[in-house]
Design a protein around this ligand. Structure first.
Ligand code: ZN
Length: 165
C-alpha cells in the first residue's frame, strides 16, 4: 500500500493547487478584459470597465457613460462628472435587465471598487462575487457588499498579485 499512498498524496495536492490557480488566472484575465473594455468610455476624468460572468460566460459588459440617446460627454463646463452619468457596474447590470439573461449568482468584474450606489444594485441583482483591481476612494460600497456576504476579491493585474478578502 505504501507506494500507492505516496503517489496519491502529491496528486491530490497538485489538483487542489491547480484548481485555485485556474480561478486566479480566470479572474486576472477577465479583469484585464474589463480594463480593455474601460477604454470604450468617452469619459475623460475616469474610465471604468465591468463584465458580468456566469457559468464561464460573459453575459454582460459596461463602461461608465451617459444614458442611451444622450450626448457622449460625461463632464460639464466645470469638468465635473454629470449627475446622470451611469457607472460601469450600473450599465452592466441594467444591460442584463434588458436581456434574457439573469445575473443571479454571477460574478462582477470591475476595474475600480464599486461605490455605494452600485453596491446596492449588485446586491439586488443577485451577484455573489465581486472582483476588482483599483481601490475607489470610498470604502462604504465594499463595506455594504461585505455586509451582504458577497465574496470580494481584489486582483492587481499589473503586478499579477492576488488579495483575497
Ligand atoms: Zn458606482
Amino acid at each position: 500500500m505504501q507506494p500507492f499512498e505516496i503517489k496519491q498524496y502529491p496528486f491530490y495536492n497538485n489538483l487542489k493547487v491547480e484548481k485555485k490557480t485556474k480561478q486566479q488566472l480566470l479572474d486576472q484575465r477577465y479583469l484585464k478584459m474589463a480594463e480593455i473594455w474601460a477604454q470604450n468610455s468617452y469619459c475623460k476624468r475616469r474610465q471604468v470597465g465591468a463584465l458580468i460572468v456566469k457559468d464561464k460566460m460573459i453575459i454582460s459588459d459596461g463602461y461608465n457613460g451617459t444614458p442611451a440617446g444622450f450626448e457622449n460627454i460625461c463632464e460639464d463646463e466645470e469638468n465635473k462628472t454629470k449627475s446622470y452619468v451611469l457607472h460601469a457596474e450600473a450599465n452592466a447590470i441594467t444591460k442584463v435587465a434588458k436581456s434574457n439573461n439573469s445575473s443571479d449568482g454571477a460574478t462582477l468584474y470591475v476595474t475600480s471598487s464599486p461605490c455605494i450606489e452600485c453596491s446596492k444594485l449588485i446586491i439586488q441583482a443577485g451577484i455573489k462575487r465581486v472582483v476588482f483591481t483599483e481601490n475607489y476612494r470610498l470604502e462604504d460600497g465594499i463595506n455594504l457588499l461585505k455586509r451582504a456576504k458577497i465574496e470580494i476579491v481584489q486582483v492587481n493585474t499589473s503586478l499579477g498579485g492576488y488579495k483575497d478578502e
